[in-house]
Design a protein around this ligand. Structure first.
Ligand code: 5GP
Ligand code: ZN
Length: 137
């Protein structure tokens, strides 16, 4: 299903033009308009899913296969030294557009893109408690 109010539905389905690196029946890969690094792209399904939790299993598995293939092409073409796949779900996680997308972010030595986090701390008791909560679901 498409969502008439969703900008990524319009971009993914070609109603709004974009710089497209790849397109097939199910997906479009576009350049991000506010790139973290040179070549930062977004993998968009053409159907509307708000986030990861709305994806059916078949689409979810296709996303990773497609991301892997495009990332490899981009890494070779752009001479990237590394690559981040980033995927935000929910406002608390930094999601700003509520149509599922995977960020494809080429990384270059010393690019200083602020993508990684500062490691926190956790006690063995907290780890055990987390494990029990997840196991209980
Ligand atoms: P999020 O924060 O939801 O994970 O990522 C949204 C991303 O979409 C951001 O990196 C932002 O720069 C990008 N973005 C938002 N609107 C547009 C748009 O209209 N065109 C393009 N190419 N990128 C967009
Ligand atoms: Zn949408």
């Amino acid at each position: 299903m498409k969502n008439n109010d969703c900008i990524f539905c319009k971009i993914a389905n070609g109603e709004i033009p974009s710089t497209t690196l790849y397109e097939d029946d199910a997906f479009r890969v576009i350049l991000d308009m506010g790139p973290a690094t040179r070549g930062h792209a977004l993998l968009l399904p053409k159907e509307h899913y708000a986030d990861l939790f709305e994806l059916d299993d078949e689409t979810a598995s296709k996303v990773l296969i497609r991301a892997k293939r495009i990332a490899l092409r981009m890494k070779n073409a752009l001479g990237a030294d590394g690559f981040n796949l980033v995927q935000n779900n929910g406002e608390a996680a930094g999601q700003t557009v509520f149509h599922f997308h995977m960020h494809l972010i080429p990384r270059y030595q010393d690019d200083h893109a602020g993508i990684l986090w500062k490691p926190g701390t956790v006690t063995p008791e907290e780890m055990e408690q987390i494990k029990e909560l997840v196991d209980g679901q």
